[in-house]
Design a protein around this ligand. Structure first.
Ligand SMILES: Nc1nc2c(ncn2[C@@H]2O[C@H](COP(=O)(O)OP(=O)(O)O)[C@@H](O)[C@H]2O)c(=O)[nH]1
Ligand SMILES: [Mg+2]
Length: 169
């Protein structure tokens, strides 16, 4: 399972919340325009592990948000059974970027996926209608979550597993 989305959408946090082993992260001090939003950013990938049941152990990967790392998106997408796209509700400027990331990944390796919406708790956040329109999907495809909350992250994984099951039928 691979998590995609723009910088600061909550991808690394999502994996940290889900993983039962200390996640392996590749955050480095941000040196480009990202430095104005956060101190460190993912440069290669995040890795975690989640045991759903005795027959299903998920390896969860997070990608860097910047487009110049799109070769990592491609590599991780290729072997994934499904994707979680995360979109930051508090950054309207990120909607177009999220739309492009999703289109890029699905064009290369179409897979079952879900779209999680983070940061809806922040006062300046867009509503779900604006987000659906901005990234070019239907509102019922969006799952609001706080990436810091393990229970809410698990609900997103379960929604993805339901999509995977539906696609297999
Ligand atoms: N308020 C709020 N903060 C969040 C939420 N999800 C993630 N964050 C915070 O957003 C920041 C950036 O998250 P990070 O996982 O580094 O984003 P990434 O660039 O996508 O890997 C962290 O400080 C998280 O704690 C949320 O739903 N609400
Ligand atoms: Mg990250």
């Amino acid at each position: 399972m691979v998590t995609f989305g723009s910088v600061n959408a909550g991808k690394t946090t999502f994996i940290r919340s889900l993983s039962e082993i200390p996640p392996i992260t590749t955050d480095a001090i941000a040196t480009d325009h990202v430095a104005s939003t956060k101190r460190t950013t993912t440069v290669a990938m995040d890795m975690g592990k989640l045991t759903v049941d005795e027959d299903l152990v998920l390896h969860i990967y997070g990608t860097p948000g910047q487009e110049r790392f799109d070769f990592m998106w491609e590599m991780l997408a290729e072997h994934a059974f499904g994707y979680v796209f995360l979109v930051n509700a508090s950054e309207p400027e990120d909607l177009l970027e999220t739309k492009k990331i999703r289109e890029f990944v699905l064009a290369q390796h179409p897979r079952p996926h879900v779209i999680g919406v983070t940061k809806t708790d922040l006062t300046q956040s867009c509503d779900l209608g604006e987000i659906a329109e901005g990234i070019g999907t239907d509102i019922f495809n969006l799952i609001p979550l706080d990436a810091r909350d393990t229970g809410q992250c698990i609900d997103v994984v379960l929604a993805l597993l339901a999509q995977v099951e539906a696609a297999a039928m």
